[in-house]
Write a protein that binds this ligand. Structure first.
Ligand SMILES: Nc1nc2c(ncn2[C@@H]2O[C@H](COP(=O)(O)OP(=O)(O)OP(=O)(O)O)[C@@H](O)[C@H]2O)c(=O)[nH]1
Length: 303
């Protein structure tokens, strides 16, 4: 770890934006490996650090902060407050918008709410590969009518266009600080954890209602069996027998679908063929069980 005073800069950055604007794609482009899990269901991410980007001059730690959504009920208002508090604690907020979408009411709500924080907010206009260059200026002007952005940066998260420039700009806003994490570390989530998250993501995508949030995944084994083939033994835990039934599905169809989708993605992550051995077990009320929570990686002491 470097000391203060060396000119080294470091700090925490949050990526926010409406669903589907490309937040996960951006993070993956920056970190260069799949670390963020993508899902269309809220509260997918339970762990805080999503990625670390290190150079010899600066280190940016991307952390997860809840997004701002128009509250539909009292709890919603509370959640907006939680989100704002989190955004006040970072050095820079990257507000990602989709260049192919019109600036709608949901977006205006976010921009109004952001006025309650002092943190510098960048307008990151994503999917610039999809529109004419002249359109970018129009979009920038439209958004800047609602909010005084610290910087406006058009990018293509998918192709990486202008992403290095974005990172350099972020670095200018970071205070002098230590290198919190070793340079080779891109996430505080070990490989097993990322694999477990991928499986959990598939469960979230493919199941409904009460099942998703009662699920935890444990990787019991992850080892290279022979050249280019990795064996992974994983258990999906649920809280009730009925949920187990849903996860397995008729004739095992659901479990097969989950396994297939997860396997393809894990193969991309690990860069090798994968044999994914997936099991479903019931661990009654695991969410209220401290030891089970710790075993699944939700350790309060590490947060
Ligand atoms: N053409 C183009 N497509 C992009 C770009 N960035 C993201 N996408 C696509 O947009 C879709 C949504 O991207 P995600 O990264 O999942 O979006 P997100 O904001 O993380 O979405 P949520 O997890 O729902 O909040 C995906 O199909 C991406 O491939 C881009 O720069 N150009």
């Amino acid at each position: 770890m470097r000391d203060n005073g060396s000119g080294y800069r470091s700090g925490f950055v949050s990526i926010i934006g409406r669903p589907n604007v490309g937040k996960s794609t951006l993070l993956n482009q920056i970190i260069g490996q799949k670390v963020a899990i993508m899902s269309d269901k809220p509260q997918t991410t339970r762990n805080k650090i999503r990625g670390v980007y290190t150079t010899d001059r600066f280190q940016i730690i991307f952390i997860d902060t809840p997004g701002i959504h128009k509250p539909k009920h009292r709890l919603g208002e509370y959640m907006v407050e939680v989100a704002l508090r989190a955004l006040r604690e970072v050095e820079v907020v990257l507000h990602v918008v989709d260049a192919t979408e019109e600036l709608g009411g949901g977006e205006q709500y976010i921009l109004r709410t952001l006025k309650e924080i002092e943190t510098p907010v960048f307008l990151v206009i994503n999917k610039s590969d999809q529109v004419e260059a002249s359109r970018i200026d129009q979009i920038a002007a439209e958004y800047c009518r609602y909010y005084d952005f610290a910087e406006v940066v058009p990018i293509s998260a998918l192709y990486g266009d202008n992403v290095p420039r974005l990172l350099e700009l972020v670095a200018e806003y970071l205070p002098e600080g230590p290198q919190y994490y070793p340079p080779e570390m891109v996430t505080d989530q070990p490989e097993r954890f990322v694999v477990a998250e991928i499986i959990r993501e598939k469960v979230l995508h493919l199941t409904r209602e009460e099942v998703p949030h009662s699920v935890a995944v444990e990787i019991e084994q992850l080892e290279e069996r022979k050249e280019g083939l990795v064996y992974i033994g994983a258990v999906i835990y649920t809280e009730r027998e009925s949920q187990k039934g849903i996860l397995i599905g008729k004739g095992g169809r659901m479990l097969k679908e989950i396994g297939q989708a997860a396997r393809e993605e894990v193969e991309n992550l690990l860069g090798s063929k994968v044999f994914l051995d997936l099991w479903v077990k019931v661990k009654k009320d695991w969410r209220r069980d401290e030891i089970a929570l710790r075993n699944f990686g939700y350790d309060k002491r590490r947060i």
